[in-house]
Design a protein around this ligand. Sequence first.
Ligand code: F6R
Length: 254
Amino acid sequence: MKVIVNRTYEDVSHSASQYIQTQIKHNPHSVLGLATGSTPLGLYKKLVMDYRAGHTDYSKVSTINLDEYVGLSKTHPQSYHTFMRNNLFSHINIIDQHTHIPNGQAMNLGEECARYNRTLELLGPPDILILGIGENGHIGFNEPGTSFNEKTQVVKLKESTRRANARLFSSIHDVPKEAITMGIESILSSTCILLLATGERKNKAIQQLLEGKIHEEFPASALHLHPNVTLIVDESAYNRDASPRQSFNPAIYE
Ligand code: F6R
């Protein structure tokens, strides 16, 4: 795993945006795997700014998102459909039919998972997959204990994850208890994975990722099984006592 330590959240967002813009220039038909949550917001802002400056064309790009809450409609203010529309899709020239997000309101969730797996197969592996990380090490909504051999699946959200995401809902009672997520096997099928982590809140998870064992109780550790993962962190997520601060801006550790 390559580790890039940037000074601030802004720098992390900038670094990640460079990867995506370069990828699309190299292949206008790129497939991007996308995450939601607070972490990639800065990245999406950078992509929108770059698009408005006329630098990147998304007309041939396809996207496939990691996950969606079960039970929320596409227009629910906290659905990941709404998140993606508000923060990225409606600001760039991507074609609506080229964007893919699980349907959290599907009548038959098992069929929806199978449909999403077929979509992934048809698109081919994401050229770049953007990931955030939960404080408990989840990636996508693959909570601790998830098998590394799952494709798209319905998962029960841990109470800690529901509490962490409650900030976006009126109360914790409104946070859905389940989600549909790309499984770890699907995540690992991506050609290149960018894991973004920022803020002190992620400090322990990053330490465990970099120093702990590969284990299903810490889902992000599966990323060590992939040959092309880059972790981009800011100082506060990386902040480890042993590291000299002057080597931070930006440093690359392999
Ligand atoms: C979201 C997702 C989650 C988040 C993680 C971190 O699509 O897959 O794994 O990346 O919960 O969330 P934030 O960025 O809000 O700290």
